[in-house]
Ligand binder design. Sequence first.
Ligand code: ADP
Ligand code: MG
Length: 699
Amino acid sequence: MLDPTARDIKYLPGVGEQRAALLNRELNIYSLYDLLYYFPYKYVDRSRLFSVSEIDGRMPHIQLCGEIRSFEEVGEGASRRLVAHFTDGTGFVDLVWFRGIKFVKGKYKLGVRYVVFGKPTIFNGRANIAHPDIDPADTLQLSEMGLQPYYNTTDRMKRSGLNSQAMAKLTSNLLAMLPDAFPETLSPSILQRYNLMPLVKALKIIHFPSNVNELRHAEYRLKFEELFYIQLGILNYSKDRKHKYAGYNFSKVGDIFNRFYGEKLPFELTAAQKRVVREIRRDVNRSTQMNRLVQGDVGSGKTLVALLAMLLAKDNGYQACMMAPTEILAEQHFATLRRMLADLPVRVELLTGSTKQKERIPLLAALLSGEIDILVSTHAVLENNVNFARLGLVVIDEQHRFGVVQRAKMWAKSHISPHVLVMTATPIPRTLAMTLYGDLDVSIIDELPPGRKPITTRHIFRNNIGEVYSFIEKQLCEGRQAYVVYPLITESEKIDLKNLEEGYAQLCNVFCDYKIGKLHGKMKPKEKDAEMQRFASGETQILVSTTVIEVGVDVPNSTIMVIENAERFGLSQLHQLRGRVGRGANQSYCILVTDYKLSDDTRKRMEIMTSSNDGFEIAEADLKLRGPGDIEGTQQSGIAFDLKIANITKDEQLLQFVREIARDIVNNDPDCSREENRVLWRRLAEIKRRNNRNWGAIS
Ligand code: ADP
Ligand code: MG
């Protein structure tokens, strides 16, 4: 049966090409299905009326019923506004419009009873509501209005009139045309056994509930389903993977591994590194494909672990490829590997998007003939004309930048699927990892190399930036270097570039005796590399940058990380950035600069950052603050993890509960063939298709 919700969103009444483009771009809504599953983030009770005398300025949206006594136009120019004096007999409130004054005056009449809806504020002792919703009281059935949904929309959408209300209208259009035959997504036995609401009903209620009770029921049904399919997918997938994927056997620890370990290794491995290397050796010596995720905080020494794994490949006659998410990082890995492997018979090469055709041709030939042992690369390696002689191991650094689609492309470059080692410094809390990465084995490097001094982190308000400058000055004097980071530069955000340029100019002014470099995403790769190189070599002492340096960059002499507009970064990102310092023997500092006025959320983030250096603790806190949908690195194996309604932290119990249900189903129906489960397997396949499609579009 054709899925009626697969239709393009532009065909929905009220949408059209322009709005469709906005919905695509701003909210990733492409189909009717996407809109149907774009749930409200909150509801406001519209069944209740308040009286004007109750207003206290701290209220959320409220409704009043009364009449307008008079209109008054006040102010000049930009502050020109229309005020309607409104009363319900218990007091007066000002309804205020800054736009559409003529329209409002023409539309609403004095002395008619209206229901007014909006968020009241108190200004100069007077209650007022700006741009309220107004309906004639006699047409409004309050008891039927129930809870009003609120949808998140972006500024750009709001500017084009696509606000929460407009989203509600579109959704209601969609629900009205939802066919009765809309397929149920859970099996009758599950619905009955766990007393769950039918899908269509739940969808209607989640958007337009008439009371809290039915809303809770609908939420439960949708959360149940969401978590259930994640678990079913994972459990089913890991069952398959166990007998499906044969892998190369790296049976020997050979000459090169031993020589490197014995003669070249500049330091003793930490106990955690040793443990992970042992785990990897066990994996690759089993004739099944390794699929291992190595989590280790920034600076924990993942690169070295990867290198040892790649030497195992070499000793067994295979090639290895190390993929990095950015050119800067790829070049850095390349330099590190070349340096560490100097004098050993291991050929390491680099392939990126900026590799010249002249170098590329012989490089590809050497790759195909097997002369290259280790290729360090970016996405560039995924191109079809890049082929290996015997690709045995793929290392993916900072894996969240590589989707499943890319992994699949990589696998296709080898006769048997190569072993896969994924490394991430975005630690996923253990509980989450266990439930979500059911199919990946997880290794954790939970120890930093000895001698590292914990980074000292301070939160500073912008008006005290002078102190920060004198501090930087002191460090520079001692021969250290500093990063100053501004939020990401994106096409649309000219302001970001301006901030960075202004910051750069100011720093040049303050630090006129020093050389300052500048790095941002709009620069050409060559320029970026050159700038990075100048900083790494110490030619520049301060590097002003956007988050392009977020991942992996390693300049041990740099001891200060100043993060401007720290409020605009998430916790994991802040932690990543902080990890750029503290990599050498000197005490390092991270300084978070924000405005004076902070949201509660930001204040919490700053507190966590100044009190903890532990990536896992921070990830845990991040999970609690943001919910897991945002945590990077959680997409894999075609299993949905874009949670629309459930919350891994808050719904942990439900997660455990549905996991058991899913486990029973997988165990009792290993071939996915039982009639009673038909709905479930079909739905699971559909979810996978949907996710793959989405990822395909991203890659
Ligand atoms: P990350 O885990 O963030 O990728 P790196 O692999 O870049 O960390 O390592 C960070 C730094 O620590 C590098 O300069 C590396 O040479 C050094 N390092 C790695 N392992 C050890 C160790 N066992 N003892 C001392 N230094 C180490
Ligand atoms: Mg790294």
